[in-house]
Design a protein around this ligand. Structure first.
Ligand code: FPP
Length: 260
C-alpha cells in the first residue's frame, strides 16, 4: 500500500479505514446536496448553507489533490437551479466568483487544472470571465482536474451533443455508420475525461438529478447521510472505502462464477 504525500490527519483515517491507495478512483463526482437544510436546522438563511458548502468544498478539493484523484467533478449549479429565487441565484454566483478569486493561486500552485462542464454563456458576464480566466491560467497543470459542473444538465448536454453531431454529418465531416459510443463521447462536455467510477450524493437523497446521465452508466453511487456542509475529508475517505468494497461487474458476472 503506497502512502505518499498525505497529511498525518488523513493518514490516520486511511489506516483506520483500511483504504487501498492503489485503488483510489480516478474520477469522483459529487452532488453537493443539503446546504439549505443544514442552514434551516441552525435557524440561518439558506445562503449561509451555501457559504458553509464552499468551505466543505475547499477541504474535499485539497484531499482529492493530495491522495491522487485525477478528476473531481462537482455539481455546482444545474440547469434546473434557475428556478430558485433570484436572490439565491445571485448569492451562488457571487460565491463562485469569490471562491475562484480566493483559491485560484493556491489551486494553481498545487498543479490543479480547473475545467467547466456546462453552458457558460447564460451565466453573468463577470462570472463567465472569472471562470474562463481560471481555466486559462490552469490549463497546462497536470495534477487534479477540478471540474465545475456549471449551468449543467445531463439532458441539455446530450441535446447539444446530438446537434453538433448532426451538424458534422450535414457538413460531410462524419459518416453516420461511424457513430459509436466512444465517438459520441467526443461531443459531450466531459470529452477526454474517464467516466466517474463513483458518484457521491450527500444529504441522503437517492437521485441523480440530471447529473452526468451518460457518464453515470456504470458509476457506483454512494449516498451519505450528512448534509454537504458537514462533509469533510474523513467523509470522503470513508466514501472511498465504501466504493472499494463494491464489486464492479459492468454487466458481466463474478470471476469465480465463470468457472462454475
Ligand atoms: C444543493 O443544496 C446545493 C446547490 C444547489 C449548490 C451547491 C453550491 C455550493 C456548494 C456553493 C457554491 C459552489 C462553488 C463551486 C463555489 P440545496 O440548496 O438544494 O439544499 P437543500 O436540498 O437542503 O435545500
Amino acid at each position: 500500500m503506497k502512502l505518499v504525500n498525505i497529511w498525518q490527519k488523513n493518514m490516520n483515517i486511511i489506516k483506520s479505514a483500511n483504504i487501498d491507495m492503489d485503488k483510489i478512483p480516478q474520477h469522483i463526482a459529487i452532488i453537493m446536496d443539503g446546504n439549505g437544510r443544514w442552514a434551516r436546522e441552525r435557524g440561518m438563511p439558506r445562503t449561509m448553507g451555501h457559504r458553509a458548502g464552499v468551505e466543505a468544498l475547499r477541504g474535499v478539493v485539497k484531499c482529492c489533490s493530495e491522495i491522487g484523484v485525477k478528476y473531481l467533478t462537482v455539481y455546482a449549479f444545474s440547469t434546473e437551479n434557475w428556478k430558485r429565487p433570484q436572490s439565491e441565484i445571485g448569492i451562488l454566483m457571487s460565491l463562485l466568483k469569490e471562491y475562484i478569486k480566493k483559491e485560484l493561486d493556491e489551486l494553481h500552485a498545487k498543479n490543479v487544472q480547473i475545467r467547466v462542464f456546462g453552458n457558460l454563456s447564460q451565466l453573468p458576464e463577470d462570472v463567465q470571465k472569472a471562470v474562463i480566466a481560471a481555466c486559462e491560467k490552469t490549463k497546462n497543470n497536470t495534477g487534479l482536474n477540478f471540474c465545475l459542473a456549471l449551468n449543467y444538465g445531463g439532458r441539455a448536454e446530450l441535446i447539444q451533443a446530438v446537434k453538433k453531431v448532426i451538424q458534422d454529418v450535414q457538413n460531410g465531416l462524419v459518416q453516420p455508420e461511424n457513430i459509436n459510443e466512444r465517438f459520441f463521447e467526443n461531443y459531450l462536455y466531459t470529452s477526454g475525461c474517464p467516466d466517474p467510477e463513483m458518484i457521491i450524493r450527500t444529504s441522503g437523497e437517492m437521485r441523480l438529478s440530471n447529473f452526468l446521465l451518460w457518464q453515470a452508466a456504470y458509476s457506483e453511487i454512494i449516498i451519505v447521510k450528512e448534509y454537504w456542509p458537514d462533509f469533510n475529508e474523513k467523509s470522503l475517505l470513508e466514501a472511498i472505502w465504501a466504493f472499494q468494497q463494491r464489486e464492479r461487474r459492468f454487466g458481466g458476472i463474478k470471476k469465480v462464477e465463470e468457472e462454475i
